[in-house]
Design a protein around this ligand. Structure first.
Ligand SMILES: Nc1ncnc2c1ncn2[C@@H]1O[C@H](COP(=O)(O)OP(=O)(O)OP(=O)(O)O)[C@@H](O)[C@H]1O
Ligand SMILES: [Mg+2]
Length: 249
């Protein structure tokens, strides 16, 4: 079942066509990597799909509903690019930050105390992401990698069915990245969560993903991760001759 669909989506900023005629279909259970050069429009594509950009033309459907009719935002988790740079001066603890992720989930959050169910989920996810020991620390005191894990936990506590991640790995050490990829793979394979992951690091997740969408104003889609490991394809996407590093072991 299609979970994200765009049909001849066009979006311009100051008369510059950032997204051109983009028609994509992402099905439930897919794990999709989104790649492309800097400025190619990857982040803009995601923010437009999430209804954050007005003035696009064409159609966007989420869970089968047109964007303007869609309101089940608790089904969607989003870790924006540079998420770890946000909130750093804000005097809020790690636990409070993660709990913010459940606001859209529980509309009565502000009137009623969170259910114990919610607390259990929050605990489980914080343990999985190894941030439970940090729960009373201020967010601004954390390292980049710790902050990143908090942002990912925040996106997961509403137990989304669809997860968008925009380069969440910038500045994160390799061991932490590997653990993170393992968590994503588990969420996709065992919990059936659909994942749309903007990354420049497809070599490492090649085994987990179904296919790759490359965005350079226009979009092309690979049949399988392997078809992208081709110098000509990479040249067409990035405009340079390069051999993509394949970190597979
Ligand atoms: N608010 C804005 N105002 C003006 N131009 C913008 C705005 N947002 C994005 N753009 C432009 O749109 C183009 C696409 O930007 P976008 O951030 O989507 O690229 P990206 O593929 O995510 O790049 P990166 O890999 O660097 O994150 C860029 O040329 C950018 O300068
Ligand atoms: Mg971007």
């Amino acid at each position: 079942m299609p979970i994200v669909e765009t049909d001849t989506l066009n979006y311009s900023i100051d008369d510059i066509n950032i997204l051109k005629n983009i028609s994509i279909t992402i099905n439930r259970g897919d794990y999709v990597a989104v790649i492309g050069p800097n400025g190619g429009g990857k982040s803009t594509l995601i923010s437009t799909i999430l209804g954050l950009n007005n003035g696009f033309t064409g159609e966007i459907r989420l869970f089968g509903k047109p964007l303007n009719k869609f309101n089940e935002w608790n089904k969607i988790g989003f870790v924006p690019q540079r998420a770890i740079e946000i909130d750093t001066k804000f005097p809020i603890t790690v636990l409070e930050t993660v709990k913010l992720g459940r606001i859209s989930f529980n509309r009565k959050f502000w009137q009623n105390r969170e259910s114990s169910d919610g607390d259990l989920i929050i605990n489980e996810i914080m343990e999985k992401l190894k941030i439970i020991h940090l729960k009373n620390r201020l967010i601004g005191e954390l390292s980049g990698g710790e902050k990143q894990r908090v942002m990912i936990a925040r996106a997961l506590v509403s137990q989304p069915e669809l997860l968008f991640l925009d380069e969440p790995n910038t500045g994160i050490d390799i061991a932490t990245q590997r653990e993170f990829y393992a968590i994503l793979k588990d969420l996709n394979k065992n919990k059936g969560i659909t994942i749309i992951f903007i990354t420049h690091d497809i070599g490492v997740i090649e085994d987990s993903i179904n296919y790759i969408i490359s965005v350079n104003r226009e979009v092309s889609k690979s049949e399988s991760p392997q078809t992208i490991f081709n110098c000509k394809t990479i040249r067409d996407i990035y405009g340079i001759d390069s051999h993509l590093k394949n970190h597979r072991h």
